[in-house]
Design a protein around this ligand. Sequence first.
Ligand code: SAM
Length: 337
Amino acid sequence: MIRSKSSLRLPPLPTIRDLIKLYRLRALKQLSQNFLMNEKLSDNIVRAAGNIYNHHVLEVGPGPGSITRSIIKKSPSKLILVEKDPRFLPTLQLLRETCQDHLKIDIEIGDIRSYNFEIGFQDVPSCSWYGIPPPIHLIGNLPFSVSTILMINWLHAISEKRAAWKYGRASMTLTFQKEVAERIVAPCGHQQRCRLSVICQLWCDVKIQFIIPGSAFVPKPDVDVGVVTLKPLKYPLTDLPFKMVEKVLRNIFNMRQKYSIKGASRLFPEEMRNELASRMFFIADIDPQIRPTQITNEDFCKLFYAYKVISNDYPEIVDYDSRARKIRNNDNILCSV
Ligand code: SAM
């Protein structure tokens, strides 16, 4: 086996296609499984992550292991595989045995959402947030529904510098439905601009690296796939709490076709709605008639700050949720019927 400084040649292994046949790994629809069968594309995904030689890599949802093989070829120092579906254990164990002289591979069968990063990365020395990023990378080709929720959870963790980000600005390379990838990177004024765009861009430098046609997967999904890299910003655009930021964005983008003040007014109880929403835009010095998609990330930060100033004067608005109230009102109506 030849091992150069940055690449490891794997010994002959059955192809992913043969393994899928051998272990009868039919893709499960309920887990939205689509397997990448093209080695060149798996290599490209890993290349998009940048230098991973001698780094710790966590792959989310390795499945039968196509991207895993590409990661191994780049000689990380440790590879953690988190896979929900136990049917893939034998194929992943085969990879682990094949590499045991060169690479430590941890296989975790379970849901990535409950994975404890602080155990997985405990031997990585912490880096200063403001220094060079730590030798940690998160890579994954997840089902689309999971990757968006995971992304939001991870942004929350980034904002609080916990989980994988306790060690510094660990970067991510993840796949999304092409349209979602376009939303993540959509700049101010773009028709795909939405809450997800702003929330990702407040904390990360985001980039679509390339698009993979749906035909590269088995079974073929209905959509193409975007490979996105997210690198936490040294200086996030806001230092306000994630939940507060998310709440302001959710309310404003809930009425994305209307003037921004309309959605923002839902942040406040009905009796003070107009007054406080006007005050919010006045403090932020932003035109209340601007449409949500036209607001820059920086101007959103001024709105978050204005909301914070108002919530200092009216602490009860922090827990106010106009939707919850509507639901409660509906409950009352149902009860009275
Ligand atoms: N990485 C493989 C590839 O590219 O061929 C498989 C990709 S398939 C789209 C998604 C994989 O993520 C499946 O193996 C699935 O079982 C796994 N998965 C789905 N939800 C997961 C979760 N919450 N935590 C960990 N793995 C998950």
